[in-house]
Design a binder for this molecule. Structure first.
Ligand code: NVA
Length: 373
């Protein structure tokens, strides 16, 4: 019997989840230093030490895989179909005509690479060399959607060169005062010369797509998204969080959970005026509580901030998966009327994210609603 059509269908971050991809830690390496990224290892005295290179130790990979597998079990117990990527060799050096990098990273965070917008799957351009070929881990799956869902649209965004000239190296040296001075210019480590975006800078609200300008998404990337998506009936809204001096990926900053409700980061307010789209349409922007860890208390090799606390995954407009230690956030979600599913996930943090990052929803019930008429 042939499989049903409309295998690819997801319009927002909260509709009832039917099918999702959860990353795997197999073959993961430490993320290399490169023009678009400078991983830091904090020392207890507040200094820094050289970041390790090459493959991650087997026991670290095992611990992350246990927690990823735990998330899979939870999702399956909720009736969700789960797929996993196939991790290729990531430890060999990579060379293209424009750059070399000592190793690739991991395939734990499909959210950064792949996005479903209605019946379309887009493979993002990516912004870092070590992640240039990450889409390949999802190709087998994308082909199965392509072969079994005649309505599915498959788009590969233009690959940037990632040559030295694409990056602004001095960005990493700017002192704090310089970052303050520049906070409204939205100029980061990537220049505007090529189309650059990571999928995780996008948040989906039905017909409306919100995109964060960041270290991983430039204005040319947002322009490409506009030109690609607006003729298909979407509206693309650039957003900015000027107090985040190292912005990348919107899902620790601005997290919609159901129609009318976005969780917001109290340390990263929207640029003045950008909240109006939400407020004039009756949406509530609710600040999350402080995370249970400070930045210094995050797992040793984690390069993300303490705000991974708010990187939650919606199973439906009433059910949310949350990291088990984040009790203050769980209490808030409970008060807001959600059923909360706590899971341990801190061993995944050093692979680039938490529950939202480590997933890519391909099918949620629902259609293209207009939440901002
Ligand atoms: N760059 C974000 C993490 C996104 C997963 C942060 O560190 O808050």
């Amino acid at each position: 019997m042939s499989r049903p059509t409309n295998l690819v269908n997801s319009w927002n971050e909260w509709d009832p989840l039917r099918e999702i991809v959860v990353g795997v830690a197999d073959n993961a390496c430490f993320e290399p230093t490169e023009p678009g990224h400078r991983p830091q290892l904090r020392t207890p005295d507040g200094g820094s030490a050289p970041f390790p290179t090459g493959p991650k130790p087997a026991e670290m990979i095992e611990r992350a895989n246990e927690q990823l597998d735990g998330l899979v079990r939870l999702l399956e117990s909720q009736g969700v179909t789960v797929h996993r990527p196939v991790a290729p060799d990531l430890a060999s050096p990579l060379r293209t005509p424009d750059f070399q990098v000592e190793n690739q990273y991991c395939v734990v965070c499909p959210r950064d690479v792949m996005i479903t917008l209605g019946n379309e799957i887009i493979e993002a351009t990516m912004s870092r060399r070590a992640r240039y070929f990450e889409y390949q881990a999802y190709r087998k799956l994308v082909y199965s959607y392509w072969n079994n869902d005649p309505g599915m649209v498959w788009t590969v965004a233009p690959k940037p060169s990632m040559a030295d000239s694409m990056y602004r190296q001095e960005f990493w040296e700017w002192p704090l005062e310089e970052r303050h001075r520049r906070m409204h210019s939205s100029e980061f480590c990537v220049t505007q010369d090529e189309v650059v975006f990571d999928a995780a800078d996008i948040s989906r609200f039905g017909r409306d797509i919100v995109v964060q300008e960041s270290m991983t998404t430039n204005r040319s990337g947002i322009h490409w998204l506009k030109r690609h998506l607006e003729p298909r009936g979407f509206r693309v809204h650039p957003v900015h969080f000027p107090l985040d001096f190292f912005p990348s990926h919107i899902d620790c900053t601005f997290v919609p959970l159901r129609p009318g409700l976005v969780l917001t980061n109290p340390e990263r307010p929207l640029r003045e005026g950008e909240e109006q789209l939400f407020l004039r349409n009756g949406w509530e922007l609710v600040d999350v509580p402080q995370p249970t860890s400070t930045n210094d208390e995050m797992p040793k090799y984690c390069q993300s901030s303490k705000w991974l606390s708010m990187n939650v995954l919606s199973i439906s407009p009433t059910k949310v998966v949350c990291e088990e230690r984040e009790k203050p956030l769980q209490d808030l979600l409970d008060k807001l009327g959600f059923e909360v599913f706590p899971v341990p996930f801190r061993d995944v943090f050093e692979y680039g994210g938490s529950l939202h990052c480590a997933t890519w929803d391909v099918n949620r019930e629902g259609t293209a609603e207009d939440y901002f008429p």
